[in-house]
Every structure is written in C-alpha cells, then in structure tokens.
Design a binder for this molecule. Structure first.
Ligand code: NAD
Length: 358
C-alpha cells in the first residue's frame, strides 16, 4: 500500500481523556446547538440523564429507545420527537446502536451529532450509516452523518461488561485487520491500524482481569478510536461481508460474530498479503521471524485468552444455515485480497461453525 495511494482525511474532531464528558457543553457551543436531543438505549437511560444535567438548558429532551441495527420505526419515532421539540442537534451517548440512530437523524433531518461513545464499535469515526427495514439492513456512506465532535471518556466504559468489552474490542480489531489489506489503504491507515491493534491486544486482557483497570480502559478506547478511523477510511473485505450476511440473515449479535470470524478470515487472507501480515505481527508483539501463520495463531490465542465466543455454533447458528450464508456472500461483490470460491468459503465457514483452530 505504500507504492501509490490516495488518502483523504475525514473532518473528525476528537476530545479524549478521563473526565472529558464534562467538555460536552463546550463542544455543543462549538457547533452552535442550543436545543439538543440526547439519545441512548433503554439500558443507558441513566447516562442520558447525566448528559442532560451536564448540558443544562441546552438539553431539551431524551430519546432512550435506540436499538441494535437502527430499525426505521425507531428512527421515525426519534424524528417525531426531534420535530416536536424543534431540536437543532443531538448527543448520541452509547455504543454503535445509539451512534447509528444519531447518524440516521443526521441523514434524514440534517441534525449535527456529538458522539459520546461507550463501547469499542467505532461507528462514531465513520461516514457509514445503516437502516433496517423489513428485516433488511441497508447501508451507505455519507459525509453528513459523521459526528461533528467525538468525546471519548474512558470513565464511561468502566461499566461495559467484560464479555461486551471483549467482543466489541475484537470487532474493532477486525476493522484494523481488514484496513491493513484494503484496496484504499495508505501509510496513515497502516499506522493507525497497527497502533489500534496494539492498544486493544494490550488492553483487553487487562480489562478481562479487572474491568475497572483505568489504564486498560483508556488504552482500549484509544485503540477503538484508531480502529474505527481505519473502518471509516477504507473499504472492508471478506470478514465484514461475512459478518454482515451472518448478522442480517440469522440475526446474530454483531460484535460476537466479528469475534468468532476474526481468526478464520485472517487465516484465509493474510498469507496473500505479506505486508499486512507483517504489520499485524508487529502490532501483536511478534518478532521478525514470525510469519502470517504465527500472526493468526497469536490472534486465535488472544480470543481464547479473552474467553470470546469460539464458534458460530455457540452463537446458535445451525450447520444447515452455512450453505445459504455462503450463497449470499458469493452473490455480492466486495473487495478482498484473495479470491473467494465456494469450496474454500464453505471450509472457512465450517471451521468457524465448529470452532476448530483455523
Ligand atoms: P450496542 O450499541 O448495541 O450496545 C450493546 C449494549 O451495551 C446496549 O444494551 C448498550 O446500552 C450497552 N452498553 C453500551 N455501552 C455500555 C457501557 N459503557 N456500560 C454498560 N452498558 C453499555 O453495541 P455496539 O457493539 O457498540 O454496536 C453495535 C452496532 O453498531 C451494530 O448495529 C453495528 O452494525 C453498528 N456499527 C456500525 C458501524 C458504522 O460504522 N456504521 C461501526 C461499528 C458498528
């Protein structure tokens, strides 16, 4: 990716640090929002209330019904509240589901979004939006949905349960791994991906041992930022395609699906992209004599050490579903460094289903 490339930096503003949530009012002032709707999931209502208190008169309402995969019905309900309250901006306080709702409001009503991420999904760093209607998720890219400012406060991640931290963190690692071999990568993306994986590979074991480890939380959130920026900057390949199809067709949990698939797709793709394999080796702390197989083994060991879900079978997938998944993956074009054919894809899916080491 270093011989020739195009790199376009996205206009992102990041405010990072423990306690940085207190800077939300300043960020709201910066973008000129005076009537803000605070978004959250029902589980994070209390956080939405804290944000409301912090924003004072600027916060005119809370919509706490954000849900996974941004159903159009949820967006319509939030739009109605936004219209009633004549809001001129929103704060999305939560994970990818809540940020996704904010993006939908930016897309449909032109509302500027401030993001206060509380997981490692990284959606706040991307111009990618998603909307689910009649059980089908449509996605697209639009610069207008990029949050105008992202406030990363590691203190808000202290309550993220270990299992969600692990799967969400591995979801972020998957963004970086695919960015390393993306057709639109660049040296900047490689640097972000390497550091992002290094941060998460260092931090997630600390968090698994002690979810209140402050260094671990701050390091993981920094890694999530960098990995999210990789996702926003590049075109994803087979891994994301597979997870998208698995999630859409079988309604699987988003981050857990990424965690299961990560070592399997890495094992498939990395031998075809030596520079990406070398970057991953460096970020996982392996020495120069290690090869792509060693990088895959290190990724596999990391997921096992973290107690991540190990197989599609564990996620409730039936073996008989695999053929349909392969069919849909083969039907749609996507960027991938190694061509994908039916027998190899079937073997990959089967290994991910049984949980055998790739
Ligand atoms: P999520 O936002 O659905 O959150 C999972 C659960 O954890 C929710 O109940 C939430 O309330 C809770 N939670 C979040 N933070 C918490 C915290 N700090 N403490 C306690 N509980 C907390 O999950 P996610 O993995 O962050 O996001 C997944 C969604 O994001 C998917 O729909 C995925 O498609 C989307 N996504 C989009 C992009 C993009 O670029 N558009 C990127 C990544 C993910």
């Amino acid at each position: 990716m270093t011989d020739s490339f195009v790199h376009e930096a996205l206009p992102m503003r990041v405010v990072f640090g423990a306690g940085s949530m207190a800077r939300l009012p300043d960020e709201a002032e910066r973008i000129g929002s005076r009537r803000i709707l605070v978004l959250s999931t029902p589980q994070q209502r209390e956080l939405a209330q804290r944000v409301t208190a912090l924003l004072g008169e600027r916060a005119v309402g809370v919509f706490d019904e954000a849900r996974m995969h941004v159903p159009v019905e949820t967006v319509a309900a939030a739009e109605a509240v936004a219209a009633d309250l004549a809001v001129d901006g929103c704060v999305a306080a939560g994970g990818g589901s809540t940020v996704g709702l904010g993006k939908a409001l930016a897309l449909r009503r032109g509302l500027p979004v401030l993001a206060l991420p509380t997981t490692y999904a990284g959606s706040e760093m991307t111009p990618i939006w998603g909307l689910t209607e009649n059980a089908r998720k449509r996605t697209g890219r639009a610069p207008a949905v990029l949050p105008r400012s992202v406030v990363y406060d590691p203190e808000l991640t202290m309550t993220l349960p270990v299992d969600v931290s692990v799967t969400s963190g591995l979801n972020a690692v998957a963004h970086a791994v695919e960015a390393l071999y993306a057709p639109d990568g660049s040296p900047v993306v490689t640097a972000m991906a390497e550091q992002g994986v290094r941060d998460l590979a260092t931090a997630l074991p600390l968090i698994a041992d002690d979810p209140r480890d402050r260094v671990g939380r701050a390091t993981a959130l920094r890694g999530a930022w960098l990995c999210g920026a990789c996702l926003g900057a590049t075109t994803m390949g087979l891994h994301h395609k597979l997870c998208h199809v698995l999630g859409g067709m079988l309604d699987l949990p988003h981050a857990a699906t990424h965690a299961v698939m990560l070592p399997h797709v890495a094992a498939y793709n990395l031998p075809a992209v030596p520079a990406a394999a070398a970057a991953l080796r460096r970020s996982l702390g392996l020495n120069d004599t290690a090869d792509a197989a060693d990088a895959v083994a290190a990724l596999t060991a990391l997921t096992a050490r973290l107690g991540a879900p190990g197989s599609l079978r564990d996620l409730g997938v039936a073996e008989s579903d695999l053929a349909r998944v392969a069919e849909e993956v083969l039907a749609g074009p996507y960027a991938n460094p190694r061509p994908v054919n039916r027998p190899e894809l079937t073997a990959l899916l089967h290994a991910a289903w049984t949980g055998d080491a790739p």
